[in-house]
Design a protein. Structure first.
Length: 557
């Protein structure tokens, strides 16, 4: 059980102000529907508590209930939270899975409110004269603010943009157009490059975090704007990634699961991580949400567990049998307690099955679905809630660079073979028993996905005849489908998948995989020009709080 606290120190003018990255000080934070906050004068004495919201709100964005991680995963082709027969769940998670998005789904409030609370905190501090006198302090705060806006831009695109703290009474922000917000984030990040520090602790924006946000912006530009006429953004992304890779500060962790330990502060792969700590900043509830209540005995963890989420069988079928990430990430079959005895539930052995019935018709039964065990659970823990978040890690930089090289063909002397070599390097730690399978070729990465896409619902009831409703869509028609698979195996249940699916397109169509493919109980869009669900509706609470906001196209509420 982790007890270590991270307390980085940033020296500002007028003395040393200790900035705790772990304090969970409960300040009165405004819900940012209108993006207007009360003015507050602060002194050096209370600086620590005032800096706390900058960092604590990022935890809320990521691991607030239905946070950023869930948003990216629940609407993807990798996992779901179905209606559990005899247990519950379902409801808003069913809507996320089916892409039946609307403005009152709780996921969107979590990301919106926490992000704008964090932006308010940054604006408040950046308005203070003591903070403005320190380039290191202002650069890190601007970096955090840009990170919040990057997340909001990814999810909603048409968002209010505010960079100041002091406003007249009754002020409400205008909704910026996507190009304006894009330009702002890029300009901010470029202006603070090299000014944040290269050797910062967990939770701090460092110079390489800035590179990674810029690289993400460039990598996704064409998909976000649905304009594929300019490939130069991929070269810009490579330039940023090379600053990270060539710095020599980072290396791949020897083992995949090293990235998901409770404490990753000394992990050489982590470029930017969000720290969590028992009693101060817990958040990761994956074990609690995925594991059946009786299954807690496998680890002897003490938190709640209701067995909600499950991995999609179609995704499980994509793994190579020699890939250790399968067993690193998933538990399936008979569950045993720490003494090795089978766990029983009402006289029945607890056996997780691979297959799922349905998202909601009739739903899934309690034992259905392999369960996530990727994030470390230690005996006595309340699940995996103390696990630090690897927000940016070197493996991501490698695969992003590989993607850009494959899309460009070559760049500054590096070729598609360089891309294959980068992917191979990431795979090598996962094929130790069969090293030859770690090797990836350009042809494999450029080929189709091995994911067998299509609708897969069993509407029969347990113990009765199966009633399958299926379609066959396959994955051979996906551009760079082999690389899309690599992203899934490496980053499942992190915060990647939706963004990746929006970026990868179906050959011969203007549609992306996110909209154009079916999986489990989510159906493909038949209109190839309909991509409104690439972004989510603005939360109803935000619309109600600011009459200047307009709902995103394609959404009626």
């Amino acid at each position: 059980m982790k007890t270590k606290l991270y307390k980085p120190i940033l020296v500002l003018v007028l003395g040393v102000m200790v900035l705790s990255f772990n304090a969970c000080t409960n300040l009165d934070e405004n819900i940012y529907d209108t993006i207007a906050a009360e003015k507050y004068e602060f002194s050096e004495k209370d600086a620590a508590s005032l800096f706390s919201p900058v960092y604590s709100n990022l935890r809320g964005v990521y691991w607030g209930w239905n946070g950023y991680n869930d948003i990216q995963g629940e609407s993807s082709d990798l996992r779901c939270t179905p209606y559990r027969i005899g247990i519950g769940w379902g409801d808003l998670y069913v809507s996320m899975h089916k892409h039946e998005f609307h403005s009152q789904i709780g996921h969107f409030n979590t990301a919106w409110n926490n992000s704008y609370n964090g932006i308010t905190a940054c604006n408040k501090l950046l308005a203070d004269e003591a903070v403005k006198a320190s380039e290191a302090a202002t650069s890190q705060l601007r970096g955090y603010r840009a990170l919040y806006y990057y997340i909001l831009f990814d999810l909603f695109r048409n968002i209010p943009l505010d960079t100041t703290y002091f406003h007249e009474a009754g002020w409400q922000p205008e909704q910026a157009n996507p190009q304006e917000t894009w330009d702002y984030i890029i300009d901010e990040l470029n202006d603070i490059k090299g000014k944040c520090g290269s050797d910062n602790g967990m939770g701090q924006i460092n110079d390489y975090t800035v590179n990674m946000i810029l690289a993400k912006m460039y990598l996704n530009h064409n998909a976000w704007f649905n304009d594929f006429s300019d490939d130069s953004y991929f070269g810009k992304a490579i330039d940023e990634l090379n600053e990270v890779i060539n710095s020599g500060r980072f290396s791949l962790a020897p083992n995949y699961l090293d990235n998901f330990r409770e404490d990753i502060s000394s992990n050489p792969e982590i470029i930017f991580g969000i720290p969590y700590a028992e009693n101060y900043a817990s958040g990761n509830y994956y074990a609690n949400k995925w594991i059946h209540n009786a299954g807690r005995a496998v680890w002897n963890f003490n938190g709640w567990a209701t067995g909600g989420s499950a991995v999609l069988p179609q995704f499980l079928d994509t793994y190579d049998v020699a890939d250790s990430r399968y067993s690193d990430c998933w538990t399936i079959g008979q569950q045993n307690n720490q003494n090795g005895s089978p766990i029983m539930v009402d006289g029945e052995p607890l056996i997780y099955t691979k297959e799922l019935h349905s998202i909601d018709n009739p739903g899934c039964y309690p034992f259905e679905g392999a369960r996530l065990i990727k994030y470390e659970i230690l005996p006595g823990d309340f699940g995996s809630q103390y696990d630090d978040v690897p927000f940016f890690r070197l493996a991501d930089a490698y695969l992003m660079k590989a993607e850009c090289l494959l899309r460009l063909g070559s760049y500054k002397g590096e070729t598609e073979q360089t891309a294959a070599d980068l992917v191979t390097e990431v795979r090598q730690r996962n094929f130790k028993t069969d090293p030859a399978k770690a090797r990836r070729t350009v042809a494999q990465l450029r080929g189709g996905s091995v994911y067998n896409y299509g609708y897969r619902e069993n509407q029969g009831k347990l113990g009765e005849e199966d009633v399958w409703v299926t379609t066959e869509e396959g994955g051979d028609d996906i551009e760079l489908g082999g690389l899309l698979d690599e992203y899934a195996w490496e980053f499942v249940c992190e915060h990647h998948r939706r963004q990746d699916l929006v970026r990868f397109r179906i050959n011969g169509s203007n549609q992306n995989v996110y909209n154009g493919k079916s999986w489990f109980c989510k159906t493909a869009k038949t209109d190839v020009s309909d991509n409104h669900s690439d972004i989510f509706p603005l939360p109803k609470s935000a619309l109600d709080g600011n009459i200047k906001l307009k709902q995103n196209p394609g959404y009626t509420e």
